[in-house]
Design a protein around this ligand. Structure first.
Ligand code: ATP
Ligand code: MG
Length: 289
C-alpha cells in the first residue's frame, strides 16, 4: 500500500466563509459598512501631528473587526478586495501595530514594548524597558505610525502596566515622538471614565480628544452586507433580517448564516426563523442602544 505524506494545505486555495460568526473580521474583503466612522478616523490621521482616537462600543459591536480593517486596508491590493471597495483613505506608508490586551502577554510591559518595536521594525533595547523603548522610538521613528489598542480596559487592570507606564505612553503621544505616533483604543466606556488600579483617572486618556461611538450599520450598509450572500435572499427575508438585527453586524452575520443554511437544506421559513431568533438572543442588548 502506498503511503502519502501529509501535504500542507495551501491557505490561498481555501475560500473565505460567506458569513463569519464569532471571531472578528480580519480580511478587509469581508468587512462591510462603517463609512461614517471610517471617514472620521482617517480624516484625523491625514494630518500631522497625529492625534488620538477613542472608539467606544458595547461587547460584540465590532471593535476588533474595525481595528483589523484599519491596519490592513491602506496597503491591501485591490485583488484582495470586493469590486469597488474603497481603500484610498490615506496615502500608503503608515505603519500599524495591533495590540490585543486580551492576550495575557500584552499585559506585561516587557512583552508589550517588545511586540510594538518588532511590529515597527525597530531595534530592541536590552533590557526592553520603558526608558529603552522611549529612547528607541525617539531616535528611530521616521514613519507615521499608529498603535491600535484593543480592549484597553483589560490593560488597565494589569499591575505591570503601572501609572508610570501610562505616563510614558502619554508622553510619546504628546509630540515626544515628533507627532509621528498616533494611538487609537477601543473600550466599553469613554476616556474620561477610564480609571486605573487605584481608582484614579489615568493621565494617558486626557490626550484622546476624538471620541467616536461604534453603533449599528446604516440600513443601506446592512442591505449591502446581506446582498453579499452567495445565494440571493427573497425581499421578505431581507426585510425580516433587517428588522430583527437592528442592522448590527454581529446579528446580521448570524441571521444571514441561518437563512443561507436553511436555503441550502430546504428548511421551512418557520423553522429557520425560530432557530435564528434563538441564536441572536444573547446579543439582544445591542438593540436597546
Ligand atoms: N464591519 C463588519 N463587517 C462585517 N461583519 C462585522 C463587522 N464588524 C463586526 N462584524 C461581525 O460582528 C461580530 C463581532 O465583531 P467583533 O469581534 O469585531 O466585535 P467586538 O466589539 O470586538 O466584540 P467583543 O466585545 O466580543 O470583543 C463578528 O463575528 C463579526 O463577524
Ligand atoms: Mg473584540
Amino acid at each position: 500500500m502506498q503511503v502519502f505524506p501529509n501535504l500542507p494545505i495551501s491557505l490561498s486555495s481555501l475560500h473565505n466563509s460567506p458569513f463569519v460568526i464569532g471571531p472578528p473580521i480580519t480580511e478587509p474583503s469581508q468587512f462591510f459598512g462603517r463609512e461614517y466612522i471610517l471617514k472620521r478616523i482617517f480624516d484625523v490621521w491625514k494630518y500631522m501631528p497625529l492625534q488620538h482616537i477613542a472608539i467606544v462600543g458595547l461587547k460584540r459591536s465590532g471593535k476588533t473587526s474595525l481595528l483589523h480593517y484599519l491596519r490592513r486596508i491602506i496597503d491591501v491590493s485591490t485583488e484582495q478586495l470586493r469590486p469597488n471597495q474603497r481603500h484610498d483613505w490615506l496615502t500608503p506608508g503608515y505603519q500599524w501595530v495591533f495590540v490585543d490586551f486580551q492576550d495575557p502577554r500584552m499585559c506585561y510591559q516587557e512583552s508589550l514594548l517588545r511586540h510594538i518595536l518588532i511590529e515597527l521594525d525597530m531595534p530592541i533595547p536590552e533590557p526592553c524597558d520603558l526608558i529603552g523603548f522611549m529612547e528607541v522610538i525617539d531616535q528611530y521613528l521616521e514613519t507615521p505610525s499608529i498603535i491600535l489598542l484593543d480592549e484597553i480596559g483589560a490593560g488597565l487592570t494589569s499591575p505591570d502596566l503601572d501609572e508610570q507606564f501610562w505616563w510614558g505612553m502619554r508622553s510619546l503621544g504628546s509630540n515626544h515622538a515628533g507627532g509621528k505616533l498616533g494611538f487609537l483604543f477601543t473600550a466599553h466606556q469613554p476616556p474620561e471614565e477610564m480609571i486605573v488600579d487605584d481608582n484614579k483617572p489615568s493621565p494617558f486618556f486626557n490626550i484622546f480628544g476624538h471620541v467616536l461611538n461604534l453603533g449599528a450599520f446604516t440600513k443601506n450598509e446592512a442591505i449591502d452586507f446581506i446582498a453579499s450572500s452567495p445565494q440571493t435572499f427573497a425581499d421578505t427575508d431581507i426585510e425580516w433580517i433587517l428588522e430583527q438585527s437592528g442592522c448590527w453586524p454581529a446579528l446580521l452575520q448570524i441571521l444571514c448564516h441561518s437563512r443561507l443554511t436553511a436555503l441550502e437544506e430546504n428548511q421551512s421559513v418557520e423553522n429557520w426563523q425560530t432557530e435564528a431568533i434563538h441564536r441572536i438572543k444573547p446579543y439582544l442588548y445591542l438593540l436597546k442602544q
